[in-house]
Design a protein around this ligand. Sequence first.
Ligand code: AMP
Ligand code: ZN
Length: 113
Amino acid sequence: MTESCLFCRIVRREIPAAIIWEDEHSLAFRDIDPKAPTHVLVIPKSHVASLNDADDALAIGRLSVAAAGIATSEGIAERGYRTVINTGRDAGQTVFHLHLHLLGGRHMSWPPG
Ligand code: AMP
Ligand code: ZN
């Protein structure tokens, strides 16, 4: 599963990505099809398919803390931003390696579609 997983392959540098930040546990790169001026994906380096399979609270928490730091370095922290984890079919999850979307740089409506 991790062999062919797109985001595991980005972690292993087998597929190019615009990586902007990483530490021992997590990796952040720009979404290939951005939905906002800033659209970054923050992922755990270890494969977890979705939030349904997540049991490591610290690993999940790290994604949010990393996103907040990236929001600051991207210059969107003050105006605001949105962090989203899509889980499963109804939410439109298309890549089954857990990822947190960091979106900002424009006004966003609520509720999401
Ligand atoms: P989701 O729909 O929540 O599963 O989000 C998957 C996201 O991954 C989408 O926003 C895609 O644009 C993005 N994506 C797919 N392939 C790549 C890639 N090779 N590099 C960066 N982002 C990607
Ligand atoms: Zn994976």
